[in-house]
Design a protein around this ligand. Sequence first.
Ligand code: AHM
Ligand code: MG
Length: 337
Amino acid sequence: MADRSRTLGEFIIEKQEEFKYSSGELSRIMNAIRLAAKVVNYKVNKAGLVDITGAVGQINIQGEDQQKLDVYANDVFIKTLTNREIVCGIASEENDDFITVPGCDNSHSNKYVLLMDPLDGSSNIDVNVSVGTIFSVYKRISPIGSPVTKEDFLQPGTAQVAAGYVIYGTSTMLVYTTGHGVNGFTLNPAIGTFYLSHPNMTFAPDGKIYSINEGNYIHFHPGIKNYIKYCQSEEGDRPYTSRYIGSLVADVHRNMIKGGIYMYPKSSKSEKGKLRLLYECNPMAFIVEQAGGKATDGVTRILQLKPEELHERVPFICGSKNMVEKAEEFIAAAQNM
Ligand code: AHM
Ligand code: MG
């Protein structure tokens, strides 16, 4: 049963007490994300009302510079985290290079770096479809008190300390894990408070939904084509139905609640798929695994991939365990042909 009386703020404090030697740093990061999410949510909800969806650099009617919402969200998350000096570095899908938080080499001794996609699926904003923020947190590997290095950000997903997403949908939710299961909080917009609405979220081992951009079918490799045909075939009374929003957070969130598989595989057009390992795949894979699901590039577990570049892309398949394993079987069979 959902415990609707518990707020996210209370939950963060309770969980901190469970970690024996916790310094409260991770709790402060979660609190900053909670705050930034509310600011972005406010703007996303107004997107249809004010002329904010224009291109960067355009001047609006008040003579102010217009900002695209993804740029706005990026600024909000970066400023919220840097002003509070609670991380030592940030890497964002919106920035070419990582950011060193001022003071991390002298005035503060923070140990975490944060990676994020501040507004994923932003091409959906103009048509009033759900978008999301995705984040993940790692402990730096370079010495505390020195400037952060690229290696702090290029850690495998297994090293994540926390990961989560915010979905700006029919209601706004913050879903996150610190490696002890997945919990979801829904924002009550009237009072600006997130409440624990989805405790212990889990992927059913089987599901009915497959989510993939079938417009790319002709470019898919045989294993994926065969898996799609398997899902569509009536043989064995297969129950599958297709749902694809084109917004990773929304597609995975729906599949986690209802059971299903999400796929952005490689294709002859893009051998590495589309999604970014560090900002999209690793955090979603951590959440999916913590909810009992599976996440793979088709062959290898996503969380075990060793990142080489900040913005690298990987094929991504995640969701209900048995469905992902079936897709992997088709991929392996086609490779051995
Ligand atoms: P973005 O980071 O530029 O927003 O792209 C990521 C998005 C995902 O949210 C979504 O699953 C995918 O791109 C959809 O891509 P496509 O339109 O090729 O199906
Ligand atoms: Mg993205």
